[in-house]
Design a protein around this ligand. Sequence first.
Ligand code: SF4
Ligand code: SF4
Length: 490
Amino acid sequence: MRVEQAEVLGGDSLYESAKKIYPQKISGRFRSIKTALLFITLGIYYFVPFLRWDRGPNAPGQAILIDLDAKRAYLFSVEIWPQEVYYITGLLVLAAMTLFLMNAIAGRVWCGYLCPQTVWTDLFQYFERLTEGDRRERMALDAAPWSVNKVLRKTAKHVSWVVIAWWTGGAWVLYFNDAPTIVKQLATGTAPMAAYGAIAFLTTTTYLLAGHMREQVCIYMCPWPRIQAALTDEYALTVSYRHDRGEPRMPLKRSEKAKAAGLDIGGCIDCKQCVAVCPSGVDIREGLQVACVQCGLCIDACDTVMNKVGRPDGLIGYDTDVNMARRIKGLAPVYRLVRPRTILYAGVIAVVGSVMLYTLATRAYAGLDVIHDRNPLYVKLSQGGVRNGFTIRFLNKRPVERTFVLQVDGLPAGAAVEAFGATTVMGVEPQIVVGPDTSREVRVVVVVPPHSGLPETTPITFRINDAVFGDKVSTSDFFKMPKPEEGQTP
Ligand code: SF4
Ligand code: SF4
């Protein structure tokens, strides 16, 4: 296929082969921000599973835990049950809106500073520099024939990458198990197979994505650059080259001579330091590109060069499309942080966040799911009464055993409620005991006496009450009756 394409295109391949990028070390404001965020985000990821949180007896003591066996997610004092999966939906909406808001204010700031691909690539590059040296040394090492020095340096690099990748996969598993316990099990080879499988998978993907694929992931695999481009507007801050100040560019010595001759030259000395430090190999002077993750390192590089040659810095900086155009016209820049889209995103974040906080603060510690029998909907009894069957799941979200009293409202006089397996049955109020932090399914039948006068469908309400904790929960359903035959009362 590639041969045919090459023939059609007169010998050229449709695909450009990836060029290896050798980013150069740089210091500056944005490098410091990136380093600080790297420590914060990786610190959170690697060490949060070891944070303890006392939830009392019968509950796990890990601050953040996704317990797949018990079907629970724990986030400090919040415990999320499978029935409360809407909290996860809420969190996803908040995450998406926060990303949109960040994009509306400062473009791909997520990509440049916080995206796991960026953070881990940054960490891998640090160890690459440590073992193989900075840009020039790495280029020379790659070009040099194999030697003991080259083998040792390459081995050290790959070993350090594998260790980081392995620790990354290992940390992921800690979020799904009690961290100290699973660490001991991993160390003694007694952990579940799923844990070894997850670690092996994440070790491999981290090693490949952060070690080898790097900027190719951002350019070809990640959808966010395209989505971001569709979402952004001319008021979002992006890393931009100041054409009005930089052009016409000229090497330093020539530009000094040209200046002395009275020619109008730009500030850019075409040193290409901005390209050398770029983790994506982008030349920002050619305008905004999909490969540019907006990390700001080219700003640090250019400012360093400008300070060295005694020219004003800021040739590359965060700016908006509007201001780029205004500057070319000689107009003062304008910034509009408050715009319809930023108001919309912030508004959705405020509303969804408030609703989630309110529901979390007022959430019930008991729950009730009722499923009416589908087939048959009702049963006519030989004495003339009608019976409906239900499957009811009682949820006890407290870490102690509790007794719920079940009541059914909306039934006629003489109706009876029976819960199979209930501890005691007293008239129409069965009592159901549910263990700590668990749920219990109980079969319940409701029987109405003959000639009850109920229509085909009667709304009824199931209520549970725990007198000890005062939790009351209710849910609605229906009592179904046969269709009355002509001339007969139900
Ligand atoms: S062009 Fe500048 S901001 Fe964009 S990725 Fe490269 S160094 Fe980062
Ligand atoms: S670092 Fe600055 S001066 Fe050097 S090429 Fe880039 S924009 Fe021009």
